[in-house]
Design a protein around this ligand. Sequence first.
Ligand SMILES: [Zn+2]
Length: 293
Amino acid sequence: MTRTFGTLTAPGVFESVFPAHDVLPLVFESPHSGTGLPGDFDTRLGAEDLAWTADSHVEQLFAAAPETGATLIAALFARAYVDVNRAPDDIDAGMLAEPWPAPLRPTTKTGNGYGLIWRYCRGAGSPIYDRPLTVAEVQARIGRYWRPYHDHLADTLASLYRRFGLVWHVSCHSMKSMGDDTAPGGARPRPDITLGDRHGRSCDGEVVSMLQGAFRERGYGVTVNDPFSGAYLVDAHGHPGQGRHSVQIEINRALYMDEETRRPHQGFERVRNDVAAIIALMADHVRTRLGLA
Ligand SMILES: [Zn+2]
């Protein structure tokens, strides 16, 4: 079958690619692969350093998604500017020049420097800013980037859910090959693949088992909810009791890129092909659950 695709772009914020026909209630989403540095990003670091915060090339690893009937949404701005996988009140008050006008709920990750607005790039030795941030500039990042990204994802999932009565959301990420002291799991080598379902709270176990088996069959070591169980995105969108499933996939960056140069290496094609096969299995799962297979 030859497919045609539609594209919806909010310049600088996100790009969404979807099949023009036979769409499935399946959405892959790459929130951290963007490279855009908005003009008001007043940072002491350059683009090369800031790239360390990115899940580089993840949107390319999942590029086959629309061919299966799924939608693929990718953020276009850098995670270092604002992290859409954090709640909008997950802010470190110590980074601000003035009090935030509402109560804040910073998490442990934020205490370590990795909240909605990251304090550090490559660890505590590389602060992103040399001054406190104003409330207005943080609010602008939320209003112009965080909110439109979330609204688009939420609207996409909601319209598919209304039409089909079920929806699946896969939040696509990559992780450093080695953790550090402040990261979940500590300073130890990471597995090839980590699936996160908030310990069963964001997705039914059938999907997680299917993904785990599919990666293992292709030779990958897979862990579930360790060291990452999924953050704000799957927490916000996963309600398995209502038929709304969200699962997070973390791919070890060393499998497909040089972590120093940030460029894809010879392993990239293998990972992309395996991910494409797993996307197709996920689409089959969705069709089966809908009674379309
Ligand atoms: Zn990520």
